[in-house]
Design a protein around this ligand. Sequence first.
Ligand SMILES: Cc1cc2nc3c(=O)[nH]c(=O)nc-3n(C[C@H](O)[C@H](O)[C@H](O)COP(=O)(O)OP(=O)(O)OC[C@H]3O[C@@H](n4cnc5c(N)ncnc54)[C@H](O)[C@@H]3O)c2cc1C
Length: 493
Amino acid sequence: MKNINSKRVFKRNEKEPNTDGDYILYWMQINRRFQYNYALEYAVGWANKLGKPLLIYEGLSCDYPWASDRFHHFLMEGMEENLSYAKENNINYYSYLEDVPEAGNGLLYELADNACTVISDEYPVYIIREHNEKVGPTLEVPYITVDSNGIIPLGLTEKAPYNAYFFRKIMQRNFVECFTHPPKKESLDDLENRNTVSLSDNFLEKYPLADEKLKNRSSFISSLSINHTIGKIDLEGTRQAALGKLGQFIEYGLSKYDDHRNDPDINATSGLSPWLHFGKISEYEIVDAVLDHQPQGWSLDNITFNKGSTGGFFNGDPNVDGFLDEVITWREVGFHFAHHESNYDQYETLPDWALKTLEKHKDDPREYVYELEEFAQSQTHDEIWNAAQTQLREEGVMHNYLRMLWGKKVLEWTPNPEIALAYLIELNNRYAIDGRDPNSYSGIFWIFGRFDRAWQERPIYGKVRYMTSDSTRKKLKLNQYLEQYGSQKTMDI
Ligand SMILES: Cc1cc2nc3c(=O)[nH]c(=O)nc-3n(C[C@H](O)[C@H](O)[C@H](O)COP(=O)(O)OP(=O)(O)OC[C@H]3O[C@@H](n4cnc5c(N)ncnc54)[C@H](O)[C@@H]3O)c2cc1C
């Protein structure tokens, strides 16, 4: 990649490729798709350069943090779809499902033993960041991670952006160049050597194919020692479902986005975050599809650099422009922050002004204080908060505006901000299908002041932005929402 996309490539060691190897290995960790995937495309480039076939490996362990039926079902639905696609298209795709903790620990290393080079996904948080840091130095062949997360390559920023305005300025300067160097629609189109890669019987005995387990998903999941109380949700973890959701949003939600994105009773947001999180759909294809709905005559020439301000950049339909600001600036600022800040999940990485003001108000009296499991079971005094938590617990999603209120109240109703932060990370990542994402940490840390500015000083919050359920009730249309989630439904945990 010689253009701006070279800023997506991270060499994780200084090893030379093993030209006697059997294949190029692509380890599909988070961008679990064959389309619009820069990392897969990059792996194809290596395969062509060395004249080798490509082997794609997608796995799922059973001891990842917050492992539950909810995540397993969603991921396995996506893996089953990938398996069928690979079979139909004669792709060397090997998938593995671990049934006992640590059984799959040596798998990647054994596959790498026969590989010329290993390529994987760059991702700045969660266990994927840890894998990438650990694997590179231990392999005998090059380990290269490629960023296929967003429009603005992670290597383009030089430091952690401290707010959206700062990042938006960089985005505005680089958007056209990045957008006009898109990933290929079909990442495997240019692959030259299509020979079959056969894995040895010994290997397959130790690490059996996932095919049967994928077919018998429910019984396989019930046999695992994961959290079975966090149940399957209605959303399907396939690319097909993601594309359907995008189509629906463009048809029914997009034209209402600017006015109604904050109203839980009106379906004006895309609901795409679960599939974005697991990489079933790429941000590029969402942006491309939405840009098609700018007014007639609009083109990239209408774009004007506007020094990081929200308006006056895309200069098109306010619904399209507003959505693009969320999916590009707000989604990507968190990726770039975590890319540069390895302690992205630590309280100490809050801005100084926020740390200072929260410290000053640490001992302010709290009218209500709840334990983690009281929060988890929607057992607070507040009807709106309980409804939002019920939706999160039972359906794995929560509306963005309510997510902000939900987080602010946990800050107010816990003994101190560090405990509030720990509770929010736990609740979000335990229940939210889009959790454990860079945006989980942007959203949660925003509650405590990250990416925000100081406001008027108040008890408990200090100068950190404050929100109330009363003003939310006045501002939003919530009747239907409260009817649906308002009664205190609980679930055994
Ligand atoms: C406390 C808290 C926790 C959060 N946890 C998560 C999380 O775990 N995972 C997650 O993806 N988002 C999280 N967010 C951000 C935001 O709530 C969701 O991205 C958004 O609600 C997803 O719904 P949607 O796909 O319908 O969004 P849309 O409004 O349709 O936006 C499209 C996409 O843009 C991005 N986006 C939109 N709003 C934001 C935002 N405010 N911040 C960052 N990205 C945004 C998302 O990728 C989203 O899917 C959190 C926010 C808060 C306040």
